[in-house]
Write a protein that binds this ligand. Structure first.
Ligand SMILES: C[S@@+](CC[C@H](N)C(=O)[O-])C[C@H]1O[C@@H](n2cnc3c(N)ncnc32)[C@H](O)[C@@H]1O
Length: 222
């Protein structure tokens, strides 16, 4: 009998079980460019979506931010909870299993900023991304920032491998990736002030990716 296809969630669980620092130990390019922006905007309480094994979470926490980090991978979050305990970071980092397709478990206006690196670029349709962005806006304080990255249509894997949906392809490692055009990002910015879209490269393992960095602001009057 053919082996049943595993879900993306199981795929991430297996990945994090087999590699302790799958994306490397260093913070991501986006994490490093976002930190000064978050600080300049006075952000203290940050929500991170799709935190993985926490390479950016630890970087933000070591640099004075209070981070609530969510991911649907139990193994990633379990590893993070171990580090929080070991390093006595309770009160600075809260790591929680949560599937972001479900409503965010926080009251309106809880966070100064929302951050995510390569999370919206996962197996999420444009409608799901739009719903999650709406949820992010709800939990942000007025004037709060939402900084995220997605792989773009200039990436070497764009249009390659097995098509899994509109602008989505499954790579040979088994990950379904959603690639975004600048036009799609502009469409998805409805309800926010779009601050910038910048192209950048992420050379972290296992291969160099081309991404857009997107910065959105929740209107102060919302
Ligand atoms: C490409 S990885 C990036 C991880 C981390 N941001 C980093 O850069 O090291 C994407 C992450 O999104 C998580 N993810 C994908 N879909 C999700 C969902 N629906 N809800 C919560 N997390 C999700 C995966 O488990 C994975 O950890």
């Amino acid at each position: 009998m053919a082996e049943q296809e595993i879900t993306q969630r199981q795929q991430w669980d297996r990945t994090y079980e087999s590699a302790k620092d799958f994306f490397g130990e260093r913070p991501s390019e986006l994490g490093r460019s976002a930190l000064p922006v978050l600080k300049e905007n006075g952000a203290k309480k940050v929500l991170e979506l799709g935190c993985g094994q926490g390479r950016d979470t630890w970087y933000f926490a070591r640099n004075g931010l209070n981070v609530t980090a969510l991911d649907y991978s139990e193994s990633g979050i379990c590893q993070m909870q171990g580090v929080v305990k070991e390093q006595r970071m309770e009160g600075v980092v809260t790591a929680q299993v949560h599937d972001a397709r479900e409503p965010l478990p926080f009251p309106d206006g809880t966070f100064d900023a929302v951050y995510s690196h390569m999370f919206f670029t996962m197996e999420l349709s444009e409608e799901e991304v739009a719903r999650i962005l709406d949820e992010c806006r709800r939990v942000l304080k007025p004037g709060g920032l939402n900084i995220y990255s997605v792989r773009n249509d200039h990436d070497p894997h764009y249009g390659k491998f097995e098509q899994k949906g509109k602008d989505m392809w499954k790579n040979p490692m088994g990950f379904v990736v959603h690639f975004f055009t600048e036009e799609a990002i502009r469409r998805l910015s409805a309800g926010y002030e779009l601050l910038w879209i910048k192209e950048f490269e992420d050379p972290s393992p296992p291969f160099t990716k081309k991404l857009y960095e997107v910065a959105l602001r929740k209107p102060s009057s919302a």
